[in-house]
Design a protein around this ligand. Structure first.
Ligand code: DP6
Length: 330
């Protein structure tokens, strides 16, 4: 039952970078993943989303960074609001406004921070107060990776047995390990194939079965490396997982190639720098930009190295971020 009548609320959530990646669903509607994943929240790369339910509204509306949005993106948000309305037992339409403080040209996916902030704001505005697991489950329905932007710090999304236990939990607070993600931006063009579309092809790759079968092992190695602050073990497993993801993408039908020549330049420079003793490793999502993870003490050296590489347009750094939070409610 609603705690209070529907009103408005504003939520804030960080983006996240997965070290062990989510790619493929066993249930598309519920967004139940084929494997668990581990990520780190990205402090300072945030989306702030306000939701206002009002009886005067005939339909849901959406604006992102000041621009009115219609079509498929609005439909995705309206379907998500339907879940919230169902939970709250209301039928009211809502106005949703969302702002991200990182330009989409930075090539950092905003669906994780966006749906995490929306889950928090919409549920509160609808008059219901969910616990962290409930919020994470709700965010998962909007975008899988969004469930990992609800808890703080280093986060694991449990594969679960079904809707009720497939959510993300914090495995260590932000202070556990002062890591920083130096994002080497090599292209700001919109990607040709979005994550949802790309993931639907995962099962067509003959390599996906092996990637998924080996996932519990990679999750364990990654989790232990974080808990023990073991950079060598961490670097090995993070790069392996990213390489396996891209092997699946490249061997899907149709094949998906997200890399640009500069992507490979950065990957090779990172491996060469690590061989010389710099604690760095790379991880690449469904795009050409390279997330280079290092320890905060080496942030400047790493950023300078990346800035000097041909094809790198810009480097953005993000430390380990906290949980999604309510900014205001009325
Ligand atoms: C490569 O969470 O964006 O970044 O659930 O369809 O919205 P949807 O997909 P999304 O996929 C993220 C894919 C990834 C890996 C990861 O973040 O785990």
């Amino acid at each position: 039952m609603p705690n209070r009548p529907p009103g408005s609320a504003t939520g804030i959530a960080c983006a996240n970078i997965a070290f062990i990646k989510y790619w493929g669903n066993r249930d598309e509607t519920l967004r139940l993943p084929v494997n668990g994943s581990i990520s780190m929240n990205l402090a300072g790369l945030e989306t702030r989303t306000s939701v206002t339910f009002s009886d005067n509204r005939q339909e849901d509306s959406l604006s992102i960074n000041g621009r009115p949005i219609t079509g498929a993106a609005l439909q995705r948000v309206a379907s998500f609001l339907n879940l919230v309305r169902q939970m709250a037992g209301i039928h009211t339409c809502a106005e949703v406004t969302s702002e991200s403080n990182f330009p989409s040209r930075a090539g950092i996916a905003s669906s994780a921070s966006g749906f995490a902030a929306l889950a928090l704001a919409a549920s509160r505005a609808a008059g219901i107060k969910l616990d962290e697991a409930g919020l994470s489950r709700l965010a998962r329905r909007g975008s899988g990776s969004a469930c990992r932007s609800i808890p703080g710090g280093f986060v694991e999304w449990q594969v679960g047995t079904g809707d009720s236990d497939s959510y993300a939990v914090s495995i260590a607070p932000p202070g556990q390990w002062p890591l920083v993600d130096c994002i080497a931006i090599v292209s700001s063009d919109p990607k040709a194939t979005g994550s949802t579309e790309g993931q639907a092809l995962a099962g067509t790759s003959p390599l996906q079965t092996s990637r998924v079968a080996d996932a519990p092992r990679r999750l364990e190695v990654c989790r232990n490396a974080i808990l023990q602050r073991d950079f060598a073990a961490f670097a090995g497993i993070v790069e392996l997982d990213s390489n396996m993801l891209h092997a699946v993408m490249m061997t899907s039908t149709p094949a998906l190639f997200y890399w640009q020549p500069a992507t490979l330049t950065v990957m090779q420079a990172v491996q060469a720098a690590r061989a010389k003793g710099l604690p760095v490793c790379y991880s690449i999502d469904a795009g050409p930009n390279v997330h280079v993870i290092t320890e905060v003490a080496e942030q400047e050296r790493t950023a300078n190295l990346l800035r000097g590489l041909p094809g790198v347009q810009e480097v953005r750094a993000a430390h380990v971020g906290g949980p999604a939070r309510i900014f205001s409610e009325a």
